[in-house]
Design a protein around this ligand. Structure first.
Ligand code: ADP
Ligand code: MG
Length: 231
């Protein structure tokens, strides 16, 4: 269930008011299968942009992302959609759950898009929710769950397709320290199952507890790569 992710010479620029805005200025990063890399940096340094490009949600201006040796750039939009659906799990700071749907239905959603039949969906979503400790909350809607529980649902949704890569954009950013710690333990579990993890965070304690390596971004450039505490 592991994948290599290699980012080479990645740049991204936007045109704002006629002026080019260089958001990523040539990022190089090679992740081993099963590695956890945390990206740290101040707001606006390009963390989310990097994560979105690795996840195939956005395309770079130049440079490339190779996943298991295959360039995302070689994929058309449909192939990229399959990559996102089958190979990548996403976790966001604001959970991004569908408010009108129960926890069970939120977690089933990626399986609906994958064309999986109803019985298999219910079974697999319930198993994923059980894994994150929410087997008693299947019928709760997001507003009927705490922030930590909502993020657990989002994690169940991210792993229900058994992706080899999990991308988490400030997954503990909206949670208190204790709840954030529980989410990090789940991240470590996802990694123990072999998944390659790329996580952005503002929080040094988060990065140190979960990362094999910590990449520091400033103004779209890598300024330092250091060893994390996940040995
Ligand atoms: P971070 O996640 O580190 O806070 P982002 O990757 O979200 O940083 O953003 C980096 C920079 O790119 C910011 O200055 C932001 O304003 C700019 N940016 C992000 N997305 C867009 C966009 N769609 N159009 C124009 N500028 C953008
Ligand atoms: Mg961000």
């Amino acid at each position: 269930m592991s994948s290599t992710v290699e980012v080479t010479g990645l740049t991204k620029s936007y045109t704002m008011g006629g002026e080019p805005l260089l958001v990523l200025r040539g990022i190089d990063l090679a992740m081993r299968p099963g590695e956890v890399v945390c990206v740290m940096g101040p707001s606006g340094s390009g963390k989310s942009t990097l994560l979105n490009i690795v996840g195939g949600l956005d395309r770079p201006t130049s440079g490339a992302v190779f996943v298991d040796g295959v360039s995302l750039d070689s994929m058309d939009d449909e192939q990229l959609a399959v990559y996102r659906r089958e190979r990548v799990g996403f976790v966001f700071q604001s959970f991004n759950l569908i408010p009108t749907m129960t926890a069970q239905d939120n977690v089933e959603l990626p399986l609906v898009f994958a064309g999986i039949d109803k019985d298999t969906r219910r079974h697999r979503a319930a198993a994923a929710l059980d894994k994150v400790g929410l087997s008693q909350r299947l019928d709760h809607k997001p507003t009927e769950l705490s922030g930590g529980e909502q993020q657990r649902v989002a994690i169940a949704r991210a792993i229900v397709n058994s992706p080899a890569i999990v991308l988490a954009d400030e997954p503990t950013g909206n949670l208190d320290t204790a709840t954030g710690h529980e989410i990090l333990l789940l991240m470590r579990e996802m990694n123990a199952e072999g998944r390659t993890l790329l996580i952005t965070t503002h929080d040094r304690a988060v990065a140190e507890s979960v990362a094999h390596r910590i990449v520091h971004l400033l103004d779209g450039s890598v300024t330092e790569i250091e060893q994390g505490g996940n040995l």
